[in-house]
Design a protein around this ligand. Sequence first.
Ligand code: NAD
Ligand code: G6P
Ligand code: MN
Length: 449
Amino acid sequence: MTTYKLAVAGGGSTYTPGIIRSLMDRLEDLPLSEIRFYDIDGERQSKVVVAAKAVIAEYTDTIQVVETTDPKTAFEDVDFVFAQMRVGKYAMRELDEKIPLSHNVVGQETCGPGGLAYGLRTIFPMVELVDYVDQYAKKNAWIVNYSNPASIVAEGVRKLRPNARILNICDMPVATMRNMAAILGVNREDLVVDYFGLNHFGWFTKVEVNGVDRLSELREHVYQHGLLTEDVSKIDYRHADSSWIKTFKNIKLIMDHFPEYLPNPYLQYYLFPDYIVETSNKEYTRANEVMDGREKTLFETVRKYEETGILEDAFAVGVHGTFIVDVTISLAQNLGRRYLVMLENNGTIPNLPADAMIEVPALITSNGPIPEYVGEIPYFYKAMIDQQLASEKILVEAITEGSYIKALQAFTLNKTIPSAKVAKAVLDDLIEANKEYWPTLAQEYKEGV
Ligand code: NAD
Ligand code: G6P
Ligand code: MN
């Protein structure tokens, strides 16, 4: 029997124990001999690994567990790397959200200026990870990447390391499908969807169950309730937080205006930025909600476990854990299963640039994703995507060239930002906050370019 060695980069992530549980639930499909946890913050990781080890011990004693801050120890000879790093951690997420909001602009982890700032911080560390894996891991090793902002990370790695074996994924489409399935009273696995777009910027164009399109039924539900069921916490408690409830309700707002397709929830930030800002709490953002919720619960659970030896089941596997393991099983076993992932366009959507990193259905094989042909998309969607794509592509150029002007162009092109004046004000504040992450941009800015 083939067994695999798997490394988790960003081992200190709040998602680690849930992902480990998901891996343990699927050991028959993905037998593991070793799991290596890698993080640049060894202290944080150590605590999380206590929980991860306790989860593993519930299932098996045959998996060797390694915890390290050394890349060679982490990646030598591994088959798979799960990447889930948050460069700058929650402290920087909080600033990504609060600085734009202080200018009355959307403050969000992956969308708008906050997402662009997070992107500027993450591209080089992701390239560094790709290089470590190239240097130490097995030749055909895959990186399965959740690290955000996934769209910008995907573009950065495509550009700087075009041959990397990395599959960029996002759990938002499957989370949206989980809600759809609950509304329709079917299993998520029974849905067959068509979808096109960029990451956090796409639309479901078909939702089929047993060959019957149920999109119009979902549309009727959304008109009444948004994309929510009676008790969302029963289907995944992560999305039971008030900000996520609001987000799934806002699908109604989007579909009241544009009923044709069912949108990715993140489109609320691009289509209704004014409304989002008006209804945001500038002093208490999602970063605060997560620090006071998921992160606190995780460390409390570890503390209690160390005291009592009892591990409370506080780590939701949810679609997040299930999805990355599903995709990896299809990669490992060459199953060709169909999932929504990011990949290079190359004609899949002929009226978008060939080198766009798009998110579409693809068959996942050992050699990577094979996209299903989508065809030309209507002009409204194309125009929105082209603008967002330009913002993200210019942003990658900004950090690789160390160009303040390009960063300003990227911010100005982002649909959440109303003018170049506001773009400059937000960018300049973000540069101050990110000095240690963007030395070259900060230098150009200081020199008054
Ligand atoms: P977290 O802050 O709890 O964990 C991130 C970990 O990454 C921290 O322990 C941190 O020390 C570590 N890290 C930072 N820079 C690193 C580097 N250069 N190398 C190795 N490790 C590094 O964050 P979280 O909320 O658990 O989220 C983890 C990541 O997963 C984030 O990037 C988040 O945006 C992403 N995420 C993505 C999706 C998706 O749909 N793609 C879904 C959920 C979370
Ligand atoms: C969804 C998105 C991720 C994002 C996450 C944030 O799952 O797909 O890309 O990172 O939400 O969730 P959080 O609970 O940290 O706000
Ligand atoms: Mn995502």
